[in-house]
Ligand binder design. Sequence first.
Ligand code: HEC
Length: 162
Amino acid sequence: MERSYSRLAALLGIGLFGFLGSVWSGPSTAWAAEDPGVKVFVEKRCYTCHTVNARAAEVDKQKDAFIKQMGAEPDEEGESEKPRGGDLSDVGKKRDRAWLESFLKNPKPQFKDDADCQKEAKKKDRKKFKGTPDEFSALMTFLTSLKQDAKQAPGFASCLKE
Ligand code: HEC
């Protein structure tokens, strides 16, 4: 009798431990499994013009891995200037998937007509998305999941028509 009690207690203990463990690891499992959309965001160099404050740790991690794999940060147009695309943390709240898809496939018509904004629209990596359908879809899933609050740099003014 006593033995089965202690066995029960041991089982409960393990059960509780396991339960707490799974609760505890809850938020971090999302971290462990790398979001393929974040990877695309980094590999397509979206991070050179945009921040995603709400997911900064993940983006930074992928970015470090990417830069390491490349050997060095590739030097491209727009690099030396400060990021001008803004923070995308709330873009899934502001835009629906259809808007995002058409924007990424052809961003230019969405930019205001003034000279500065048209210049932004023409930057190399701002042009039409180039990648596989899988990459595009992973990126879309990532962008539409961004429903936090954006943290724009002071003085940020949008170049988009709406
Ligand atoms: C050369 C700089 C640059 C790069 C690289 C770039 N963007 Fe942008 N992006 C911009 C600018 C500028 C805007 C317009 C932001 C504004 O003025 O509101 C913009 C706007 C956007 C918007 C719309 C934001 C909104 O408020 O509705 C999305 C979504 C977006 N970019 C996603 C991406 C993704 C995904 C990539 C990578 C595939 C990328 N961008 C790469 C400069 C860039």
